[in-house]
Design a protein around this ligand. Structure first.
Ligand code: SF4
Length: 355
């Protein structure tokens, strides 16, 4: 079987997380609550951490957000990135408050002195900067020259890169996000040919839970399979915790990350249990075990279920008012339908404690 041959990029350090240079692809998300609302921000950061998020970005739009950063930093285990548009004072304030990274486009900061001030502060604290090009806000001169195209996206990124390089700053990562799948793919491929900085993958304005997940899985999946990408963010018009779940699924399906894999059958005329409900119950109950390297099967019938899912470490198969618990194709016991999930979870807990 061919494994993914990841492109060797330079490595940067964002808090405790290494990005690029062969480090595992990391998962990012962004707070959907105002940063200044410290309680809400903290509880969302904790939820994201629990889901497996490693890097959390938040908008910094004013003094109140800046004041919140110190408290967030004290409690968060994930790396924190301040997202700033234009205002160099906010960038300096965020660095001072202890963020692990900045997302700011140097070309939008303003005068050379302001850019230098931000870059100097970031250098001193060893804080990387993400250059984030967005297909919806390309600079006019590039739009006139190339239109909305991969060339315009890449040139826009390179213009920002040159500013940082001219100040000897190389702790850079780059994103070139568009909401069009083909434009995103082409832009990242072209950028990857031109730079060795680590790339942050994402689709912008991806959509709601279903459509956004499909689009993101396609874009990120294709690029990662080609070896492109060092950190990912799935953007959804949904709870950011869902973004992390989708990101994990993408990485696990590409076998770039180990973790819990829940498989379930589509049901058919042989199904005598409410398998949709059972599968959802199992998925929900196992959210806090996302790191376990197990495959769990939820199958609709006892006749074919255990056999079809013989690759699974543990599984359940529904019957008429009762069901089977099985492990690697072998039936362990028969239990009433309402005990199925409970018995399965007991087995998984036992396994988790034996590790
Ligand atoms: S496991 Fe059983 S219920 Fe599920 S699809 Fe296969 S035959 Fe149908």
């Amino acid at each position: 079987m061919q494994t993914i041959n990841r492109k060797q990029t330079r490595q940067i350090k964002l808090g405790q997380i290494l990005i690029g240079g062969g480090a595992p692809v990391s998962i990012q998300s962004m707070l959907s609550v105002p940063t200044r609302d410290v309680q809400a921000a903290l509880s969302q950061i904790l939820e994201l951490e629990e889901a497996g998020c490693q890097i959390v970005r938040f908008a910094v739009t004013g003094e109140e957000d800046l004041r919140a950063i110190k408290t967030l930093k004290q409690s968060a285990r994930v790396s924190l990135v301040a997202d700033i548009h234009f205002d160099y004072k906010l960038a300096l304030g965020a660095i001072e408050a202890g963020v692990d990274g900045l997302r700011i486009n140097p070309g939008n900061i303003g005068s050379r002195e302001k850019v230098e001030a931000v870059v100097k502060a970031a250098s001193q604290r060893e804080i990387p900067i993400r250059i984030g090009v967005n297909g919806g806000s390309l600079p006019k001169h590039l739009l006139q020259k190339y239109g909305v195209s991969p060339q315009a996206m890449v040139e826009a990124a390179l213009e920002h890169v040159q500013i940082l390089e001219s100040l000897n700053f190389e702790a850079i990562k780059i994103s070139v996000k568009a909401s069009s799948l083909p434009l995103t793919l082409e832009s990242y491929r072209a950028l990857s040919d031109r730079v060795s900085y680590p790339l942050h993958l994402g689709i912008t304005e991806a959509g709601t839970l279903l459509s956004g997940s499909v689009k993101s899985a396609m874009a990120l999946g294709i690029l990662l399979a080609e070896g492109i990408g060092d950190t990912i963010r799935v953007s959804l018009t949904a709870d950011p915790v869902r973004e992390v779940h989708v990101a994990r699924q993408i990485l696990q399906n590409l076998e770039l990350r180990k973790g819990l894999n829940i498989v379930s059958c589509p049901t058919c005329g042989r199904t005598r249990v409410n398998l949709f409900r059972l599968a959802e119950e199992v998925e929900k109950a196992l959210q806090s075990h996302a790191e376990l390297p197990l495959t769990i099967a939820v199958m609709g019938c006892a006749v074919n279920g255990p056999g079809e899912a013989r690759e699974a470490d543990f599984g359940i198969a529904g019957g008429e008012g009762e069901g089977l618990i099985f492990a690697r194709g072998e039936i362990i016991k028969k239990v009433p339908e309402d005990q199925l999930v409970h018995e399965l979870l007991k087995l998984i807990e036992e396994y988790a404690q034996s590790l």
